[in-house]
Design a protein around this ligand. Structure first.
Ligand code: KIV
Ligand code: ZN
Length: 548
């Protein structure tokens, strides 16, 4: 009989942590960032980066503001070895940036690592070994003592190599790989033994990096583990406590944020969450999440599209269109009610005020994104989106009743095509609907009009207002021998300095239609609006035009 697959798995054991502090804390400053794009990220790529790609990526990371960059695993890869040499030999590492390299606990690998780093003014040497029960049992067949000895011996060998090259400022990093799946007391025992061997000081700290190599539990569990280590590690004040979440459960960002609440000083991850399997924690999202809480992340993503282009080129992987902050669609609203709210938010938002545009957690301009893609119109959109694009394209806002009427024309088009309609196409549709009307009424010059070939006497007006529009309509009614009733009259200034006039009209008691006229001369705009309304109200309804 088929068993329920859920029976194959065990719940993650609860962490015993009395009086946990992290849930009531807030993040007040950015952690130290460490980009491992060129190591962990690169190791996960279908095609690892070439030296040229690594160089381009490295330079971009420096530009963004990373001060610690893991550049590779030089004892495991000739490309990484050559790349580290290139950075050092060509003096490409700024004084305030420290490169980091990964190594395992073996004398030959450690020797090769120091060979790669020779001549660097500062470097972080990063040792790791797996410590959790399943790895001890399945992968290495090692006892706890053997695992600890491996870490301590590696640390001793690195200490000896470092002492032999005092011209470089060395920082030591130890990662108990698979930390989050290990017994906390054993993780502490190994880290304490490593620190005891390295002997960090407050002035020259070592880094203890606690990875969720595979994210196996909820982020609050990771936070508990970090707070427990923060409380219980020996040499804590001589240690930079670092975290390295992976994203197997899709909660790496939450895990990193909670880990910072729990006492982590430093976060390792990759841009846009690249990395083995589901990736490392996404440093772009983490940094921008801080930004929207009023905390300067110390990383510059003010041209996110340029960063994205480099990352996509080097990783040969696309960034998802719904990636927070950087995806193509994240500053885009198709839904009508969202568009309405965004449009109102934009209209009220003052340049130096706290950002308060509904549905947009961040000002796209802060990421170098334009407002162009914010509102896009398809068959799911209501009048708000079309109005916004119309405003941008035409330079005026039609009154609500015209917006509603015009939205039916847009809806017809998008329903028929099934695809998005551009701002340009919306403006063309508006022009066809309201300016290029065909029907009995025509304009034949300034202040001159005809109805079915017969002249209409348009009297000059002292004031351009609704009474003038009524008078113009009456002149048409005379010639048409039919009632022309003006039901509404509104005006607006256009962005170009002209006048837009909007009138509602009923001809011979038929359905109400609106007309729009735009001109530099207000009287001309009124005449154009009345003609537009009469034509649309007589035979050229929205429905018929769209069908045509
Ligand atoms: O995920 C991991 O555990 C690692 C270590 C080498 C830090 O990448
Ligand atoms: Zn990793």
């Amino acid at each position: 009989m088929l068993r329920n697959p859920a029976e194959k798995y065990r719940p993650f054991p609860a962490i015993r942590l009395n009086g946990r502090k992290w849930p009531t804390r807030t993040i007040e400053r950015a952690p130290i960032w460490m980009s491992t794009d060129l190591r962990d990220g690169n190791q996960s790529l279908i095609e690892p980066m070439s030296i040229e790609q690594k160089t381009e990526f490295f330079e971009m990371l420096v530009q963004i503001g990373f001060k610690e960059i893991e550049v590779g695993f030089p004892s495991a890869s000739q490309t990484d070895f050559d790349f580290v040499r290139k950075l050092i030999d060509e003096k490409r590492i700024p004084d305030d940036v420290t490169i980091e390299v990964l190594v395992q606990s073996r004398e030959d690998l450690i020797a090769r690592t120091f060979e790669a780093l020779e001549g660097a003014s500062r470097a972080i040497v990063h040792l790791y070994n797996a410590i959790c029960p399943s790895f001890r049992k399945i992968v290495f067949g090692q006892s706890k003592e053997e695992v600890k000895a491996l870490a301590v011996n590696g640390t001793r060998m690195i200490r000896e190599h470092a002492d032999a090259c005092p011209q470089t400022h060395w920082t030591y990093q130890y990662s108990p790989e698979t930390f989050s799946m290990a017994e906390l007391t054993f993780a502490r025992e190994v880290c304490d033994a490593v620190a005891q061997t390295w002997r960090p000081t407050r002035d020259h700290k070592m880094i203890v990096n606690l990875p969720a190599t595979v994210e196996a539990a909820m982020p609050n569990v990771y936070a508990d583990q970090i707070e427990w280590m923060d409380r219980n590690l020996a040499y804590r004040d001589s240690i930079v406590l670092s975290v390295h979440p992976h994203n197997d459960r899709g909660t790496a960002v939450a895990a990193a944020e909670m880990a910072v609440l729990a006492g982590a000083d430093r976060v390792e991850g990759c841009l846009f969450g690249n990395g083995e399997r589901t990736g490392n924690v996404d440093l772009v999202t983490l940094a921008m999440n801080l930004y929207t809480q009023g905390i300067d992340p110390g990383l510059d993503f003010s041209d996110i599209d340029a960063v994205r282009r480099v990352v996509e080129r080097c990783n040969q992987l696309p960034v998802h269109p719904r990636h927070p902050y950087a995806g193509d669609l994240v500053f885009t609203a198709f839904s009508g009610s969202h568009q309405d709210a965004i449009r109102k938010g934009f209209a009220l938002q003052q340049p130096d005020a706290i950002w308060e545009v509904p549905y947009l957690p961040i000002d796209p301009a802060d990421l170098g994104r334009s407002y162009d893609a914010v509102i896009r119109v398809n068959s799911q959109s209501g009048k708000g989106g079309a109005t916004y694009l119309l405003e941008r394209g035409m330079g005026f806002t039609p009154p609500r009743r015209v917006q509603i009427e015009f939205s039916h024309a847009v809806q017809k088009v998008t329903d028929a095509s099934g695809v998005e309609i551009t701002g340009e196409a919306i403006c063309s549709l508006f022009e066809r609907e309201y300016f290029e009307t065909k029907g009995p009424a025509t304009m034949v010059g300034a202040g001159r009009a005809r109805f079915e070939g017969r002249d209409v006497a348009i009297a000059a007006a002292a004031q351009i207002d609704e009474a003038h529009a009524q008078a113009v309509a009456a002149a048409f009614a005379d010639v048409a021998e039919e009632s022309v009733e003006i039901t509404s009259f509104e005006t607006a200034r256009t962005a170009q300095g002209g006048t837009a006039v909007f009138v509602g009209a009923r001809v011979g008691g038929q359905a109400l239609r609106h007309g729009v006229g735009v001109a530099d001369d207000a009287a001309q705009a009124v005449l154009a609006a009345v003609i537009s309304a009469i034509n649309r109200a007589t035979w050229q309804t929205v429905d018929r035009r769209v069908a045509a």
